[in-house]
Design a protein around this ligand. Structure first.
Ligand code: C5P
Length: 222
């Protein structure tokens, strides 16, 4: 009997991170934030002075990535080579660099097994771009979360404001559109819903509404 997986794919800013972690909590399942692995690879590249177009060297970095996600005082911490890089990998620049390394086929295959290792009993919520199309193609329940680019920029703007970071809405919108373009147009594992995924547009939905919808979907299909 295979361990169940709920895949949640979609563009950046659609609320995948928040929804995935709430779903993992609700279900008592493990959580894979696959974007963090690409962000960590890009971060490790900067740290070890590896150029973002040196595909073999980046693949080696990805393969040997020394990462851990321990929970300390109830919060999940992101450690790269023992150093807390949780904040550093969350910036817009880090996202942009992640999307550059993520376009390299050798990097993607180097991270494949590491992602599949997260599939452990009693279940896994997998958040990313290609969870349903590549990494967990056999997942019984696949969701594709979207929202308009304007709404995603607005949410990101709010998040940054709450964190005390100043950013312009129009430049956030441009960054989101640029990253969407790179993620959907790349040759390997482009961002697209799996044939058997159910798409939910969250533009006009609140977080609890999305969680309720997904919980019902799992009860029906799971
Ligand atoms: O989801 P997040 O914004 O953290 O992802 C950062 C970047 O990593 C994305 O823009 C995308 O290019 C890449 N990514 C990917 N495949 C995944 C998760 C993220 O290509 N499964």
């Amino acid at each position: 009997e295979q361990v169940p997986v709920l895949t949640i794919d979609g563009p950046g800013g659609a609320g995948k991170g928040t929804i995935s972690s709430l779903m993992a909590q609700t279900l008592g399942w493990h959580l894979l934030d696959s974007g963090a692995l690409y962000r960590l690879t890009a971060h490790a590249a900067a740290k070890h002075q590896v150029a973002l177009d040196d595909e073999p060297a980046l693949a080696r970095l990805a393969e040997q990535l020394d990462v851990a996600f321990p929970v300390e005082n109830g919060v999940s911490v992101t450690l790269l080579e023992g150093e807390d890089v949780g904040r550093a990998i969350r910036t817009e620049t880090a996202g942009e660099r992640a999307s550059q390394v993520a376009a390299l086929p050798a990097v993607r295959s180097a991270l494949l097994q590491r992602q599949r290792d997260f599939r452990q009993s009693p279940g896994l919520v997998a958040d990313g771009r290609d969870m349903g199309t590549v990494v967990f193609r056999d997942a019984p329940v696949k969701v594709f979360l979207t929202a308009s680019a304007e709404e995603r920029a607005r949410r990101r703007h709010l998040q940054l404001q709450e964190a005390g970071v100043d950013a312009s809405l129009s430049s956030l919108l441009e960054e989101i559109q640029a990253r969407d373009a790179r993620d959907t147009q790349r040759e390997v594992a482009p961002l697209k819903p799996a044939d058997d995924a159910i798409t939910l547009d969250t533009t006009r939905l609140s977080i609890p509404e999305v969680v309720d919808w997904m919980t019902e979907l799992l009860a029906k299909k799971g």
